[in-house]
Design a protein around this ligand. Sequence first.
Ligand code: MG
Length: 203
Amino acid sequence: MKIICIGRNYSEHAKELNNPVPEKPIFFMKPDTAIVNNNDPVYYPEHSNDLHYEVEIVIKICKKGKHISEKFASGYYQEIGIGIDFTARDVQAECKKKGLPWEIAKAFDQSAPVSSFINKDKLNNSKSINFSLSINGIEKQVGNTEDMIFSFNNIIAYVSKFVTLKEGDLIFTGTPSGVGSVSIDDHFQAFIEGDCMLDFVVK
Ligand code: MG
């Protein structure tokens, strides 16, 4: 399986990193070795001195598709979870400056802790999902998927023009504003509609 991540999908977050608001979805990928399941701890990566958190709603692809039209895109995901797109911000800044790819800033081992998944039909409104991140009990990021620049269906249609989506693939759908630095011993808790879905510690 693969992990596709959307960048700059909330305009307030694009602004906080001094990035332009995109006209088309921006995506990059992480390998399956980035995933951390079962609320296992995450180890602060040795190659960064400025690890950042980005809380994101994650959708799980439920059937294979290529060139999926927006009209049918909602049939390609059934389950929703929440994850952290850990980013070595110092390394990413260096990559951006030199015009290099982002893998060492974004795709390293344990860079994608992810929760268990819930059926989207169990949510009151799967187009307006409230989510948040607390660290050490203090709320750091709050988002609602209505504020996404590109909807889940937009994302599926766009990405599947270039990359065949397969059952089990995950799409991280972008982070709202409020990203920041991680410290060792931080306790992460991520919530969907007030339910704690992800709960782990950084070591
Ligand atoms: Mg992100």
